[in-house]
Unconditional design. Structure first.
Length: 166
């Protein structure tokens, strides 16, 4: 007795287009260069420093891998890890952590994501866009609160905005 399943599977494979025929075997994307990531981090650090805040600033690539981490002399020892986690969170969820903070409070439907290791849902992480795509993220930690961290992160992005449009 013949089994129809192998014949049906062979027929489906024969009818399916080759994956390469659609040109979907590779993806092209943009990432920030180290000098651009450094300039962004320096501008965010300066923005916070000018406001009297001692912070750490991290810039991650589009995959959440750290490219730059700067820490002001008096920023707390927790701030580098927190800044990296905020930047990674902003890239991964494609949203500012200030917005995610409210959406993930206790009692909210998404509150459980706050327990994902390596991610921080407090204000101060902002995705960085260039040419209509996310090219990285910036995270700031150490200002008096999330809104202040967020403002410094956005000031860093604004300082290099012209370079991001290229």
């Amino acid at each position: 007795m013949r089994k129809p399943l192998p014949i049906a599977a062979a027929a489906l494979l024969a009818l399916a287009p080759a994956a390469g025929a659609r040109g979907e075997d590779f993806t092209t994307f943009r990432v920030m260069s180290p000098p651009l990531a450094l300039a962004l981090a320096q501008a965010a650090l300066k923005a916070c420093h000018d406001r009297g805040y001692q912070v750490a600033v991290a810039v991650v690539d589009r995959f959440g891998v750290p490219q730059v981490m700067l820490r002001d002399a008096l920023a707390g020892p927790h701030t580098p890890d927190t800044a990296i986690a905020k930047a990674r969170t902003a890239v991964s969820f494609r949203a500012a952590t200030e917005e995610l903070s409210a959406a993930t409070q206790a009692g909210q439907i998404n509150s459980a994501i706050r327990h994902i290791p390596g991610y921080v849902f407090l204000g101060g992480g902002v995705p960085v866009e260039g040419g209509g795509a996310i090219v990285g993220g910036v995270g700031v930690s150490g200002a008096p609160g999330g809104p202040e961290d967020d403002a410094c992160a956005r000031a860093g992005i604004e300082a290099v905005e012209e370079r991001l449009l290229m």
